[in-house]
Design a protein around this ligand. Structure first.
Ligand SMILES: [Zn+2]
Length: 342
């Protein structure tokens, strides 16, 4: 199938599944398949309100963004030991490789596991061990998310620890968490230090909070990319700025619906972003918590928002171009995608 042919929905789905893909915004802790999470829940003595893996799916539905964050914390309570991280990392790498994802940048949030006494350095090593078992099939880099809720003082400590294991494929520093409650400004110096240490930077902004949060990420944190950027749609001057600065957006359409940040996929501003010349990339965010995958995201953008196959392919190329991998790796990813569509 080429990008101009008429096609059935089934053909399109198969084609998108077969397409070699790149993903830039996916959280390790949100990508644990239910069966693997169930194994961990059982390891730690079970949970009275979850009887089987099917119950997990039912729990992963949210009334709003705050409720999603609560569920996120509940799930993370079953990740307690380094071996848990090695286990989920291998499962996740295998799952992504099965989807023909060739390269991904994966967020992980070391601070969330401080309460279990896990050190960010050893945590990083454990994750890398899991990834290495699938390294013949998929290349994975890490972005350490400092999570706003913990504050910049702890973030600064974790940053220095993560820098010690930077050579384990940690390419960037991110800032997620409760954006609506914790603004970006206090992290200005932490992000300046991250750049000095040679990290790329991104921040979740304009997902649960407004356009001012995106402006703060750009001006205070000076991030190279923006996670989500959804609320930029309400501010024409900001749209122009994002386009002029060539700041790629890590757009996660299904996530935005599932967390209630938008009511329906029909309301997503991705087409507006494209028309304004903004570099848009597409990712899943927390695929196993949102019952999505990258092929489904692309398929939905086509079937619900009318993006053409050519537009989907250009989004796929955008992800490669905005990736924080080597030039050699980018050329390889580009040539494989070119070959697939020719
Ligand atoms: Zn995210």
């Amino acid at each position: 199938m080429n990008t101009t042919s008429q096609t059935t929905p089934e053909d399109l789905r198969s084609w998108l599944e077969a397409m070699p893909k790149t993903e830039l915004h996916i959280h390790l802790e949100g990508a644990v398949p239910p069966d693997a999470l169930w194994d961990l829940i059982r390891k730690y003595g079970g949970d009275p309100i979850v009887k089987d893996p099917a119950d997990l799916r039912a729990r992963f539905q949210y009334t709003d963004f705050a409720n999603f964050i609560d569920m996120w914390a509940w799930k993370n309570s079953f990740l307690r030991e380094y071996e848990d991280f090695q286990f989920i990392s291998e499962v996740i790498a295998e799952n992504l490789a099965d989807q023909n994802i060739r390269y991904a940048e994966i967020f992980y949030s070391p601070g969330d596991f401080d309460r279990h006494g896990l050190d960010p350095r050893e945590l990083t090593v454990a994750i890398r061990k899991g990834f290495e078992r699938q390294s013949h099939r998929i290349t994975l880099n890490l972005i350490a998310d400092l999570v706003r809720d913990f504050g910049p003082a702890r973030g600064a400590i974790w940053l220095e620890q993560i820098a010690e294991v930077k050579d384990r494929g940690v390419v960037g520093i991110g800032l997620g968490g409760s954006e609506q409650a914790f603004p970006a400004e206090p992290y200005r110096q932490v992000f300046e230090r991250a750049r000095t240490l040679g990290f790329h930077t991104t921040a979740h902004a304009g997902e649960a909070a407004g356009a001012e949060s995106i402006l703060a990420a750009l001006t205070e944190l000076k991030t190279e990319r923006i996670g989500h950027g959804l609320k930029a749609a309400s501010n024409p001057a900001l749209l122009t700025r994002l386009a002029d600065m060539k700041i790629p957006l890590e757009v996660c359409p299904i996530s935005n619906v599932r967390t209630g940040c938008i009511a329906r996929l029909e309301d997503h501003p991705i087409r507006q972003f494209l028309q304004r010349g903004i570099i848009v990339t597409v990712s899943t965010d927390d695929p196993e918590m949102f019952n999505t995958n990258l092929a489904f995201e692309f398929e939905s953008l086509h079937s619900v928002l009318g993006l053409t196959l050519q537009e989907l392919v250009s989004l796929a190329f955008n992800s490669i171009n905005a990736a924080w991998c080597s030039d050699e790796q980018k050329k390889h990813l580009q040539s494989e995608l070119k070959h697939f569509i020719s």
